[in-house]
Ligand binder design. Structure first.
Ligand code: DWN
Length: 407
């Protein structure tokens, strides 16, 4: 395979996670007796432009289908994060009734509902029918399409140039990152701003977050790589914030290359840190598989030990990352009998690959449970809060990444 960004032949592998089904392809009961599609899950590193990327096996329209089960509004901490961002950016960019805000991958309207409330005209772009319908229900307008240069051109022809383009956890999800970036260039007003949030590659490597690797995530991004992709499209990254969502993310601020925004020292400092940590050296990527294997083996040993001791182990949060973890580890319902999840879209269904059943949290009888494996370690504080008034001394919460931890 050639690099999706610079077309260099890819020769270096970060990790091989074997075969896995698409991570958000939760199964209905009748599907359990049918064959299931699994695809190679391998990540390569480009030694020319340093884009870290999954090998090409899956198509975006198969991954983000009409029954997409991830609803952003399920997490209160994520809703709060979105609200704080909206308040800040509205004030800093002085957005009002004459402005136009576009969010790409607007999901169920979790973020844009704030702009609707402020009276700032906005538009969500969201290809998955399940979440787009939920968004419209709360009054957030949506175009049900994938974003790229073609859609941007049509919007501009309708006179809809954006003052602000928001993309939270979508830049890593696009196979054609260059077309997506060219689309943003087209849609942005001359002095408009782009903000993108994405998990930071540095955290993935340093915290061994191998479970965040799945087919939906085509790219694993650093500031250095994003800056270069922006530059090639005639855009410029002028600021960056480190944020703690999804295990450590970046929020980058972009503009047209010649716009008036002054590039902050934070950009240079962070890029320097990436270089110091070796993000542009092949040897940095050499040990990752080994670290992932240790996490996998520690979890399997723990589960087998508990099984032998007659303990009851369940899981909480049917996160996509949980699917990467259990499928790589080959864990089935004999070791984790059930996973509880607050998203109605997942309840009554089964995890892809492992076929562990998903149930509503109300069904969880903690008096019978010894350990709860929390798959979404990224929101452990919120989940601890949920359990704090429910859990007794018998039950312990456990996370597996970056290392097995009993809380
Ligand atoms: O890229 C992506 C990232 C950013 O978010 C997406 N493609 C999908 C998603 O990844 P994930 O599924 O690994 O995300 P989360 O946010 O770690 O998943 C949390 C899961 O836990 C959801 O299924 C909702 C569930 N949950 C719950 O059952 N009770 C969450 C909370 C906060 C709760 O209280």
């Amino acid at each position: 395979m050639k690099c999706r960004n610079c077309n260099t032949q890819l020769k270096h592998q970060l990790i091989d996670l074997g075969y896995a089904p698409p991570s958000n392809a939760y199964l209905e009961e009748e599907a359990l007796s049918k064959p299931e599609i699994t695809l190679p899950l391998r990540v390569a590193v480009c030694e020319n432009c340093w884009l870290v990327q999954t090998e090409d096996y899956s198509k975006a329209d198969e991954l983000f289908d009409s029954e997409y089960a991830y609803f952003s509004s399920t997490s209160k901490s994520w809703l709060n994060h979105a609200k704080l961002y909206c308040e800040r950016v509205r004030d800093e960019l002085d957005l009002g009734g004459d402005s136009f805000v576009v969010e790409i991958a607007s999901n169920d309207g979790y973020l844009l509902k704030n702009f609707v409330e402020y009276g700032v005209p906005c538009l969500g772009i969201e290809p998955t029918e399940s979440t787009a319908a939920a968004s419209e229900k709360i009054g957030v307008p949506v175009v049900r399409e994938f974003f790229g240069k073609e859609l941007a051109t049509r919007l501009v022809e309708e006179g809809r140039h954006a003052d602000l383009i928001i993309g939270n956890n979508v830049y890593a999800h696009v196979p054609d990152i260059k077309d997506f970036t060219n689309g943003m260039k087209k849609l942005l007003k001359p002095n408009g701003v782009i903000t993108l949030e994405f998990p930071h590659l540095l955290q993935l490597l340093q915290q061994s977050q191998f479970d965040t690797i799945y087919h939906e995530h085509f790219s694993y991004l650093s500031l250095g790589v994003v800056r270069r992709i922006f530059e090639a499209a005639g855009l410029r990254v002028w600021n960056v914030d480190k944020i703690n969502t999804h295990g450590g993310s970046l929020r980058i601020y972009g503009c047209h290359e010649n716009a008036s925004f002054v590039t902050t020292t934070a950009c240079e400092e962070l890029y320097r840190q990436e270089l110091d940590c070796g993000l542009e050296k092949l040897q940095t990527y050499a040990n990752f598989q080994h670290k992932a294997n240790k996490i996998k083996n520690d979890l399997i040993s723990f589960l087998i030990d508990q099984k032998r001791l007659g303990k009851k182990v369940v899981a909480y949060g049917a996160a996509a990352k949980g699917n990467t973890l259990v499928n790589y580890a080959g864990i089935k319902s004999d070791l984790i009998s059930v996973v509880y999840d607050a998203a109605q879209s997942k309840q009554g269904r089964f995890l892809p690959g492992s076929h562990i059943p998903i149930e509503a949290p109300e069904k969880l009888d903690l008096s019978t449970v010894d350990y709860v494996i929390v798959f979404p370690w990224n929101i452990i504080s919120e989940i601890k809060e949920y359990f704090s008034s429910r859990i007794g001394p018998k039950t312990k919460l456990v996370t597996a990444v970056p290392e097995l931890k009993i809380h």
